[in-house]
Ligand binder design. Structure first.
Ligand code: G3H
Ligand code: ZN
Length: 286
């Protein structure tokens, strides 16, 4: 059944666990996330990033309608989340398209502008009943240096600044920069465990991990034990899909029916979903 991210993050927090949130691009991604979650009997979030909407010729509804229907027909609770939204036009489509939550991403902006833009987005989104995640950008006063995305290598979220940001913006959850970087194709990232501990102690909203594909299993489990409540995964699915399709086409050079390689890709993504959810759910927090 269709549920909301706020509900799933709340439940995960109560269990001292984390809900997995997977980026979807194609119908095969949707099907793989749902069957993967069903195979381990776990709730899951389907998230659509602004980049994915751009890929779909700027149209949110075709993918959103497929995701809503898949969620309604799933055997496990499935939420819909709009991810890394920078465009106000897209933000304003969220509720009508069936999303219960959005991640509003103004992290590229300097602190004051990020806060003002996020607060305006939160005010609008809360009036629609949406749960809002945001991200804190350029950390600390680094005058004269190029702005960092919060998840560029080396960027970190400052706990005191994060506390003020959460209080002043009214966000429901915060994406924190603690060592991960987006779009890593090797699982070689390491977390700043001390910083995660300080952030968890300082902030009273759920913490969200982005760029989770770059973490090995042990670090993913440590993130959950350290207080991360929502784990965003994108690249790991694409690696699984592309690798399986490449292997299929190499083994079947005469293949013509797209269902052959898409089946291989979808099954590989489904296994990845089940494995990652398994890692998160078995990482009980101390
Ligand atoms: O918001 C999406 C996630 O942060 C995905 O990051 O593609 O590096 O796993 P990833
Ligand atoms: Zn992200």
């Amino acid at each position: 059944p269709l549920t909301t991210t706020g509900e799933l993050v709340g439940r995960a927090t109560a269990r001292r666990s984390a809900v997995a949130s997977f980026n979807i691009i194609t119908l095969e991604h949707i099907e793989a996330v749902v069957t993967g979650a069903e195979s381990v009997n776990a709730a899951v979030v389907l998230q659509v990033s602004e980049n994915a909407v751009t890929y779909r010729h700027g149209r949110l509804l075709p993918l959103a309608r497929a995701a809503v229907t898949a969620a309604e027909q799933a055997a496990v609770p499935v939420a819909l989340h709009l991810d890394h939204v920078r465009s106000d036009t897209l933000l304003r489509q969220a509720a009508d398209a069936g999303f219960g939550s959005v991640m509003y991403d103004a992290a590229r902006l300097p602190y004051a502008e990020n806060l003002a833009a996020t607060r305006a987005a939160v005010d609008w989104a809360h009036a629609q009943g949406l749960w809002v995640e945001a991200e804190l950008g350029e950390i600390g006063g680094k005058a004269g240096r190029p702005a960092l995305d919060a998840h560029a290598p080396g960027a970190r979220t400052d706990p005191d600044q994060a506390r003020a940001f959460v209080a002043d913006s009214g966000v429901d959850a915060l994406a924190v920069a603690i060592g991960t970087t987006h779009a890593m194709t090797t699982r070689t990232a390491t977390l700043d465990h001390g910083l995660l501990e300080r952030l968890a102690a300082t902030l009273d909203v759920p913490l969200v991990l982005h760029g989770s594909s770059g973490l090995p299993d042990g670090e993913l489990a440590a993130a959950v034990r350290g207080g991360i409540a929502k784990v965003n995964v994108g690249t790991a699915l694409n690696l699984a899909m592309t690798g399986a399709i490449r292997a299929y086409l190499t083994a079947h050079p005469e293949a013509a029916d797209s269902r052959g390689y898409l089946t291989a890709g979808r099954e590989a993504m489904s296994r990845t979903v089940a494995t990652i959810i398994g890692t998160l759910t078995s990482a009980a927090r101390a």
